[in-house]
Design a protein around this ligand. Structure first.
Ligand SMILES: *Cc1c(COP(=O)(O)O)cnc(C)c1O
Length: 429
């Protein structure tokens, strides 16, 4: 039989990672416990020395969470994955795994509001400085921001909610020129629509809270590494290469090679920061992944249809959807997201912010929620909610205008979705 690694992503969604042995549960079981029994303390000592891959304590790993990590690594085409308590935790420990006070990161400015806060405010307080850059600038302009202490470059496959599409080719070239890892937040695309590792990403993050779960049941994150980055050659990553005192002088890169980043995330970041995913959440997210391929296809199809409908609506001022012909990112979408541009679109109603707020209040089927990626169509006004902590200038830099309405197009019949938008738009006339 063909190995699961060589099968198509649809089959990997359904069958990847957990496989029942004869007489075992067909569905991934929830192993709900904190700890693991041993009969010989030598075995426990081996766990502490990272000589054994067995489970020790659920903060550091557990079977249900492990199955989710393996499935996500498979889908993204990486060597290993680490699940976290949230998408924010995933971004935070990814940066902390390679940065310390005095270090510097370059990030696209068109990123998720929460990540923008983490990078621009909280990391700054820890002494890690992030330079935000317009991701559409030419390669030379981006590389100009590099400093000797630059440790990573970061961007989102599809910016949430700016809906910019990352030029992977350019960003991976910039990363190579700076000898730093290229980190991609792949939350809105998921590996169904885009596999950043195939385009040069070294580390891929997802907020599994969104499409991976897909049913709005649990907050979570995952980090997958490509396994190809050379942590030793530049001399920039002592934490990955030099002896770690807390593990008897072990060098992560030397010992764990193409999974070194993940092992360090588990052995140091999860150990010290404790942002572990709970087994129940891993179980629910895993259920979601089994239909991810179907959902992403329909989310994309419905979003394109709604975008086209809104574009032709007399009450709509503008629509942004990277899959729309004529969109600023249409060419990059064709190149990197050929199967679809995901389920999120943005638009502005005629009459600006006030008309927008009125429109939201008239929706029936569609929910107002702080979320994307759910099966239910939902809307949000970022300027007054998710991005309200940013200054107006920062909002504009993140692609947020005052009248912008973000839509996460769900899996209902497109006719019913259009009908709901149409009646709410007519009501503000
Ligand atoms: C939601 C989101 C996050 C943060 O995830 P949480 O699970 O809410 O912490 C990060 N990046 C993107 C693109 C997101 O949409």
């Amino acid at each position: 039989m063909n190995e699961i690694n060589n099968m198509s992503i649809e089959t990997q969604c359904v069958h990847g990672a957990y496989k029942a042995e004869s007489g075992q549960p067909q569905v991934l079981p929830i192993v709900q416990n904190t700890t693991y029994r041993y009969y010989d303390s030598k075995e426990v000592a081996e766990l502490f020395d990272l000589e054994s891959g067995n489970f020790m304590y659920t903060r550091l790993g557990s079977p249900t969470v492990n199955a989710l990590e393996e499935k996500m690594a498979l889908l993204e085409g990486g060597t290993a994955g680490i699940a976290t308590s949230s998408g924010m935790a995933a971004s935070f420990i990814t940066v902390c795994n390679i940065c310390q006070a005095g270090d510097h990161v370059i990030s696209a400015s068109n990123i998720y509001g929460g990540t923008h806060n983490l990078f621009g405010v909280s990391l700054k307080k820890l002494g890690i400085e992030v330079s935000f850059v317009d991701q559409d600038l030419p390669l030379e302009e981006i590389v100009k921001l590099a400093r000797p202490e630059t440790k990573a470059i970061f961007g989102e496959t599809i910016g949430n909610p700016a809906l910019s599409v990352l030029d992977f080719d350019k960003f991976s070239k910039a990363a190579k020129a700076m000898e730093v890892p290229f980190i991609v937040d792949n939350t809105l695309a998921t590996p169904i629509l885009c596999k950043p590792i195939e385009y040069g990403a070294d580390i891929v993050i997802q907020a599994t809270t969104k499409y991976a779960d897909g049913h709005a049941t649990c907050v979570g994150g995952v980090i997958v590494e490509a396994g190809t980055f050379d942590w030793a050659s530049s001399g920039k990553f002592p934490g990955m290469v030099e002896p770690d005192e807390s593990y008897h002088g072990l060098s992560f890169f030397e010992k764990f090679k193409n999974v070194a980043f993940s092992v360090r995330l588990r052995a140091v970041m999860l150990r010290d920061f404790g942002c572990t995913m709970a087994p129940m959440n891993a179980y629910l997210t895993y259920q979601g992944l089994q239909t991810l391929h179907l959902r992403m296809e329909r989310h994309s199809e419905n979003a394109l249809a709604l975008a086209e409908f809104l574009q032709n609506h007399e009450m709509v001022d503008w629509v942004i959807y990277p899959g729309l012909k004529g969109d600023k990112y249409y060419d990059l979408t064709k190149k990197y997201l050929p199967k679809g541009a995901s389920g999120v679109l943005c638009f502005g109603v005629k009459g600006g912010k006030e008309a927008g707020e009125k429109f939201l209040s008239k929706l029936n089927l569609t929910s107002i929620v702080v979320h994307v990626g759910d099966i239910r169509t939902s809307v949000l006004h970022p300027a007054s909610t998710t991005h309200r902590q940013l200054s107006e200038e920062e909002q504009i830099a993140a692609g947020i205008s005052p009248e912008l309405i973000r839509v996460s197009v769900g899996l209902e019949s497109i006719e019913d979705i259009k009908e709901d938008f149409d009646q709410a738009l007519k009501a503000i006339k």
